[in-house]
Design a protein around this ligand. Structure first.
Ligand SMILES: Nc1ncnc2c1ncn2[C@@H]1O[C@H](COP(=O)(O)OP(=O)(O)OP(=O)(O)O)[C@@H](O)[C@H]1O
Ligand SMILES: [Mg+2]
Length: 240
């Protein structure tokens, strides 16, 4: 018997004016797994994440996290419920220090100072580079380091589900591998991850479960590794 999903999305639709960007999709995230949603430019990946985070209006559908219906909730309440999206790679606050950026990530929690200091230490263990640059301005970090900072900041909110929109974007392959390795490490420690990616190969490699989206519809789903070997996926996304 398989456990019930941590997050269940049913019949999600999103429109921009008369353009239907997401056309009624269903998917599930299971606790402790990495689930990925992959697809080409304009397929509807970011729109799906924005809808989960409450940042675009859902035209239809339901989003349920651990039995709680998040569908009508504001972005702020969605974060408080434990679903936290990593900010776009370069969206760190460049005129604040690395530490200040991380502390901001935890500010919605009513934890004690000591607890927050522990949380910060944990982030520095995951990302030693951030510790080294702790007092430096976020604006002076490399692209890869800024992506790590964005992930670290989201982790400071202690999410139950971490949402990421193309963390590999614009980064060199070796940095992408580093970031994906860290994601897996965080996941192994128990965090449920929903990763949206155009980098289909890397995403399928680390995913337990995967969905392929094309023009607003889910066209394939399965085990990550299994989809990596699927001829349709290879033809369409992996260069044959
Ligand atoms: N603010 C907007 N207003 C109007 N149309 C939009 C808006 N944002 C996205 N779209 C359209 O919705 C569709 C889905 O876009 P979305 O950004 O979700 O795709 P994506 O899969 O994230 O693509 P990419 O890989 O390029 O980031 C596209 O046709 C896009 O042009
Ligand atoms: Mg996108």
């Amino acid at each position: 018997m398989s456990a019930s999903p941590l997050l269940k999305v049913e019949g999600l639709k999103v429109s921009y004016g008369h353009i239907e960007a997401v056309k009624g999709i269903d998917f599930e995230l299971h606790e402790g797994q990495i689930t990925t949603l992959v697809g080409a430019n304009g397929a509807g990946k970011s729109t799906t994440l924005l809808a989960l985070s409450g940042l675009v209006k859902k035209a239809a559908g339901r989003v349920v996290l651990g039995g709680q219906d998040l569908t009508p909730l504001s972005p702020h309440k969605i974060v408080a419920s434990g679903m936290v999206q990593v900010a776009e790679g370069r969206a760190t606050l460049t005129t604040l220090s690395v530490r200040e950026n991380l502390e901001l990530g935890g500010y919605t929690r009513r934890d004690s100072r000591a607890q927050r200091a522990d949380d910060l230490d944990h982030i520095y263990t995951l990302f030693p580079r951030l510790k080294e640059r702790s007092d430096g301005l976020a604006g002076n970090l490399s692209g890869g380091e800024q992506q790590m900072l964005a992930i670290g900041r989201a982790l400071m909110a202690k999410p139950r589900v971490l949402l990421l929109d193309e963390p590999s974007m614009g980064l060199a392959p070796i940095i992408v591998q580093d970031i994906f390795r860290t994601l897996r490490e965080i996941n192994k420690a128990g965090l449920t991850v929903f990763l949206v990616e155009q980098n289909v190969r890397q995403a399928l490699k680390i995913a337990d479960r995967a969905y392929v989206i094309e023009t607003g519809k889910i066209v394939l789903e399965g085990d990550g590794r299994e989809l990596l070997g699927n001829p349709k996926v290879q033809d369409a996304y992996l260069g044959g």
